[in-house]
Design a protein around this ligand. Structure first.
Ligand code: UDP
Length: 348
């Protein structure tokens, strides 16, 4: 039996194509929601069916934000309990979250094989992104099968002498294509700049970053800056700094609405990993508010500019319309089908 594990918004977005592909093949599987991002679950829960198992109870009823260690311990405990009571042949985890790391580790301890979707991303800097670089390196050490999203990710895995690694593409392209096919006509109707900032490494820089957004908005009254703000209290506490009329702070939006915001944007300012890929799917320029990225492909094809914490230095660059790209470095939109082909040997 295959178990698909997810606990955060990006995992649900990147795993729903795999779940759809498993269903299409009539394969048996179960799903588990760990509850790690219970506060964002309602926005994306419709992408997947009701999970067979949930650990969400352990994340409910608390006012405070869980630390990394608290989340890790809760997920490990619940996963141990799940694996004690149920038999799985393989557990599928995605990416680099606490959920992926904890579930993979407990599966390994229980002698269950682990399949890693989006394997091989590296910055080779444990502090950037933190703790995700550590999480994915650890998963690579214990997984039995590794689904690399890009040529570079496969090279990284090969350099680490990791066998059973396959280049399949990134399931984000499958996810985007699924909704692109269902989108009504749209386009760049105004100068909307989409901004998302949530990364842990940026929490201490948020005052400075928000001040730059204020300046950008007041110097460019033709721009409309749209910020779907993350519920994390470390981010929410700075929202009052954004007071210029052409900055619109909105609550997090569901995935189809998010893709429309990306499609209709003039350019994007973000520290998110997934949005660097989605921006590329829509041929948008992305100002990457990070020191390093594990998605060099967006930079290499001229759609990304890494700015550290100096957003303003890339605005002139972002305003120049991008050349169109011949093929996406993130895959052909059939990653999930390829993953399921490899998983077939494990489903019982
Ligand atoms: N996203 C969304 N609604 C929002 C903000 C983001 O659906 O209001 C999506 C976004 O399109 C991307 C994913 O959530 O697919 C990114 O999640 P996040 O930034 O939390 O994590 P990361 O990509 O850095 O792992």
């Amino acid at each position: 039996m295959i178990l698909i594990a997810f606990g955060t918004r990006p995992e649900i977005i990147k795993l729903f194509p795999v779940i759809n592909a498993l269903n299409k093949q009539g394969m048996e599987f179960r799903t588990v929601f760990t509850g790690q991002q219970i506060d964002l679950y309602d926005d994306v829960k419709d992408l997947v069916y009701e999970p067979d198992f949930t650990f969400a109870d352990s994340f409910l009823g608390e006012q405070k934000h869980n630390t990394l260690g608290e989340s890790f311990i809760k997920i490990c405990k619940a996963a141990e309990n799940l694996f004690r009571k149920n038999t799985f042949d393989i557990v599928v985890v995605q990416g680099d979250t606490t959920t992926a790391c904890a579930v993979a580790q407990v599966a390994f301890y229980n002698g269950i094989k682990v399949a890693h979707v989006e394997a091989g991303l590296r910055t080779y800097d444990m502090a950037n992104p933190y703790p995700e670089e550590f999480n994915r390196v650890l998963i690579s050490k214990l997984a039995s099968i590794h689904f690399a999203p890009t040529k570079q990710a496969l090279i990284n895995l090969n350099h680490e002498n990791i066998s059973d690694a396959y280049l399949v593409g990134n399931t984000i392209v499958d996810a985007v294509n699924f909704y692109k096919a269902r989108m009504s006509y749209g386009g760049v109707s105004s100068k909307k700049v989409l901004v998302t900032l949530h990364r842990r490494e940026n929490h201490i820089h948020l005052q400075k970053l928000f001040d730059q957004l204020q300046l950008l908005a007041s110097d460019n009254p033709d721009l409309e800056i749209i910020l779907p703000i993350h519920p994390n209290p470390n981010i929410q506490k700075h929202r009052e700094r954004l007071s210029v009329a052409n900055i619109r702070i909105i609550n997090p939006v569901g995935y189809p609405a998010m893709l429309k915001l990306i499609r209709d944007s003039y350019f994007i300012i973000t520290d998110s990993g997934g949005i660097q890929e989605e921006g590329t799917c829509f041929n948008k320029k992305v100002i990457v508010v990070r020191e390093k990225t594990e998605r060099p492909e967006t930079i290499d094809i001229g759609l990304g500019f890494i700015v550290g914490q100096d957003i303003l230095k890339a605005i002139d660059w972002a305003k120049i319309p991008p050349a169109s790209i011949a093929e996406s470095p993130y895959g052909d939109g059939h990653a999930a089908e390829k993953i399921v082909e490899y998983l077939k040997g494990y489903g019982k």
